[in-house]
Ligand binder design. Structure first.
Ligand code: ATP
Ligand code: MG
Length: 751
């Protein structure tokens, strides 16, 4: 492909960024201006026109999904050589480096990566050992303090030294727990997510030859979403880029939304100080959204004081106005979303995959989920990690992890008595003591149980046979594929047999999940068909532990996507609903008193609005049940910040609201422009009664026969509520069973 084809359709500024290959480059640009696209084309250009070897190029993305997409796009532009480019997240990059060199830090190359639940268990155990009350010192807060310390590259010793004069007991406890936590992780040959980056930096600091190797390897470095890098990530990029200084970072300071997790917006703002000879390219044309959506986004973000003003414009159509709906309740809000998904599909030919519903906190997904379920609309929740959180999947993963890394006593503790083998807690503690006394892992203690004088009877026999089964399975790593190994675990440990012995529906579901897991292993095996190698298992487990929120997004299956605003970064959808746009929810209550936090919330609103390509809906509710409490909130101030001319406020009929004034209109607002004239502060007026869709506008009674396309003929067994609120319990033939559906939305007809 000749060079100019890579530049086809690019605007001047985009082309400039693609062509500027030597030296540091900063691409600062607003949402949807093609930053990510430019990165992809730049990589292709480097290989194709500058004859840079693909393995000399590194690209760091924010999620694995983005990495996969970028790799696919590069391969599409270049052919198979695109596969040789290292495109990955920070974490995956570090795993790859550590798998090769972590022994230099005294760790086993088969180290495992501790997930959130293992981290929590460890912290709880440590608090118990150190005699601290987990109610006073919440494991979550401690973990987040440890995570912050690691993101700032503070070891336990650094942390303790830094806070030597600190009177706050919490900080003292964190120091102590942090030290014990690292020790435990090391004993388990396990590292947590933040360790991945911090340890890679330690590796480089202590082994200049290793650093040099990677500096020579990565001659061209790219980082997407640079505004959300933390101190550790910043250091890593700086170290790697030191030799060639071909560091290209792209980002948008207005989209910095991870300050609460240690991200530092100054990394992007100070790039020119770090690299005085940096070339800076500003992209100002947005290709994603309509004029109205972009204007709304601009009018919100300009209320931030800590920012450089920029002029983001688009040649796209003006588009429709933004629809705003103030609902009566959270159920009403969800119904509004569902009605409009259906209407948009009828009107514009969208499919389910074209819609995203965004919210501020995960807890808000439940109500919308229920409504989608009852309306028979397929959806996916990003970041829920529903599947991998299941007990049976965690169990199997613990078995596999233990096989890969016998030092991982956390995994061993999880499954030593799963299925029940008669090895109670007391025996496990004795076993752990026995391991400690001999300087072994608990797994080695199992293998040497005959030397133990403390444990007797059934537990001893069970430990012995557990050790033998696992030792035998371990000897097969390298000969069997991951799928075969998993099948043998299920069989030889008695795990599957124990499940099958229980004939409940719940267990049936567990078995199905295990089958689903086997399809994951098969997929992995098929993609790695080279000779069965020793690293396949370790590799497979790394892949799984790096699964990130956005990786849950179903590709090619038309499903509505539900996710938090944070998870939506970098993505785009034709139609976006931002729900729960109310004070104390978004912005969060605690941000109201902290100007810095409020600005981060506003950036989050900017991220949300700019995800929409064609149509944006904003909703909130007059009163809502959240966290078990009913609350009444004002509409979000971010709605007030949008020019009213861009907004179409509707009632539940979809008709324009006349902007009826309510007592709320007089509240003082930080934004005097709209304080007394805001049309958005009135609860919806239900003028024409509930809206119903054609066929379902009928009265239902118990005993009615119902026809459903997928589930067949059912019988109504219960009717609750009226109008749009009417819910039906319908008994369908097995295996469907009883389903609760919203009469107005479900695809059912009366027979
Ligand atoms: P974000 O800030 O949200 O990460 P971004 O700046 O990375 O956005 P991209 O995702 O790269 O923007 O691009 C936004 C959309 O605009 C994509 O659909 C992309 O394909 C399209 N796009 C970018 N540049 C052009 C162009 N020159 N011509 C046509 N479409 C473009
Ligand atoms: Mg992007």
């Amino acid at each position: 492909m000749p060079k100019n084809e890579l530049l086809t359709g690019m605007n001047d500024k985009q082309s400039e960024a693609v062509l500027c290959t030597e030296g540091p480059l900063l691409i600062m640009a607003g949402a949807g201006s093609g930053k990510t696209r430019v990165l992809t084309h730049r990589i292709a250009y480097l290989i194709q026109d500058k004859q840079v070897l693909p393995w000399h190029i590194l690209a760091i993305t924010f999620t694995n999904k983005a990495a996969r997409e970028m790799k696919e796009r590069v391969t599409k532009l270049l052919g198979p050589s695109g596969n040789e480019v290292w495109v990955s997240t920070f974490h995956a990059l570090c795993v790859r480096i550590l798998r090769r060199y972590i022994d230099k830090l005294g760790y086993d190359k088969a180290f495992t990566i501790a997930g959130t639940s293992e981290q929590q268990t460890l912290i709880k155990n440590i608090l118990k050992t150190l005699n601290y009350d987990p109610k006073t010192y919440s494991p979550r807060s401690i973990l987040s303090a440890i995570s912050n310390a690691k993101n700032d590259l503070l070891t336990p010793a650094d942390y303790i030294a830094k806070n030597a004069n600190e009177a706050n007991p919490f900080i003292k406890v964190v120091g102590e727990v942090y030290q014990a936590y690292q020790k435990e992780l090391h004993q388990n040959q396990s590292v947590d997510f933040d360790d991945l980056i911090m340890m890679t930096i330690q590796l480089f600091e202590q082994n200049p030859d290793v650093l040099q190797y990677y500096q020579n390897k990565f001659q061209y470095i790219h980082v997407d979403e640079y505004q959300d890098t933390n101190e550790a990530q910043y250091q890593l990029v700086t170290m790697l880029g030191k030799k060639y200084e071909n560091v290209c970072v792209v980002g948008d300071a207005d989209q910095s939304i991870y300050g609460w997790r240690g991200a530092n917006m100054n990394n992007i703002l100070d790039f020119q100080d770090d690299y005085p000879n940096a070339h800076v390219t500003l992209l100002e044309q947005n290709y994603r959204s309509t004029k109205n959506i972009l204007k709304a986004a601009n009018s919100v973000i300009q209320n931030n004081e800590e920012r450089k003003d920029k002029n983001l414009w688009t040649e796209n159509a003006v588009g429709e106005k933004i629809t705003y709906y103030r609902a009566q309740s959270e159920a009403d809000e969800s119904r509004f979303v569902v009605t409009n998904i259906k209407d948009e599909m009828n009107k514009s030919g969208y499919s389910y995959g074209d819609f995203a519903v965004l919210y501020r906190t995960n807890a808000q997904s439940r109500v919308i989920e229920e409504t989608l379920l009852k309306s028979n609309i397929p959806y996916t929740i990003v970041g829920g990690h529903k599947f991998y959180d299941r007990k049976e999947i965690q169990d199997i993963l613990a078995y596999l992890t233990l096989l890969a890394n016998p030092n991982d006593s956390m995994s061993l503790r999880r499954i030593i008595n799963e299925p029940k083998r008669g090895i109670g807690n007391a025996s496990v503690e004795k076993l752990a003591q026995f391991a400690d006394d001999n300087g072994w892992s608990i797994f080695e203690a199992c293998q040497n149980i005959e030397l133990n004088g403390d444990i007797s009877g059934r537990a001893r026999k069970a430990i012995d046979s557990f050790g033998a089964v696992m030792t035998n399975l371990r000897s097969k790593i390298g000969q069997l594929s991951v799928t075969e190994l998993t099948e043998q675990i299920l069989d030889q440990t008695g795990y599957l047999a124990a499940l099958k012995a229980t004939k409940t529906l719940e267990v049936q579901a567990r078995i199905e999940n295990i089958e689903e897991f086997l399809s994951v292993t098969k997929q992995y095996d098929n993609a790695h068909t080279s000779e069965a190698d020793n690293d396949a298992l370790v590799d497979f487990l790394s892949d799984l532990s790096l699964v990130s929120a956005q990786d849950d997004i179903a590709e090619n299956t038309p499903e509505v996507t539900l996710m938090t605003l944070h998870a939506a970064k970098g993505l785009e959808f034709p139609v976006v609903f931002m729900i729960g746009m109310e004070d104390s929810i978004f912005p969060l209550a605690k941000a109201k008193t902290d100007p810095k936090e409020l600005e981060e919330e506003r950036r989050l609103a900017y991220v949300g609005i700019t995800r929409a390509q064609k149509k944006l809906y904003l909703t909130n509710t007059f009163s809502r049940m959240l966290y078990g409490r009913r609350q009444t909130n004002m509409p979000s101030e971010f709605i007030d910040e949008i020019n009213p001319e861009l907004i179409d406020a509707v009632n539940s009929n979809g008709k324009a609201n006349s902007g009826v004034k309510t007592p709320f209109d007089t509240r003082s607002s930080r934004n005097a422009r709209f304080a007394n004239s805001s049309p958005y502060r009135s609860p919806a007026k239900h003028i024409g009664g509930p809206k119903q869709t054609g066929a379902n506008k009928q009265a239902w009674t118990v005993g009615d026969k119902v026809s459903h396309k997928a589930w067949g003929t059912g019988t109504v067994v219960k009717v609750e509520g009226t109008g749009e609120n009417m819910e039906l319990d319908i008994a369908f033939p097995e295996p469907t069973g009883i389903k609760r559906l919203l009469a107005a939305f479900a695809p059912i007809t009366k027979e």
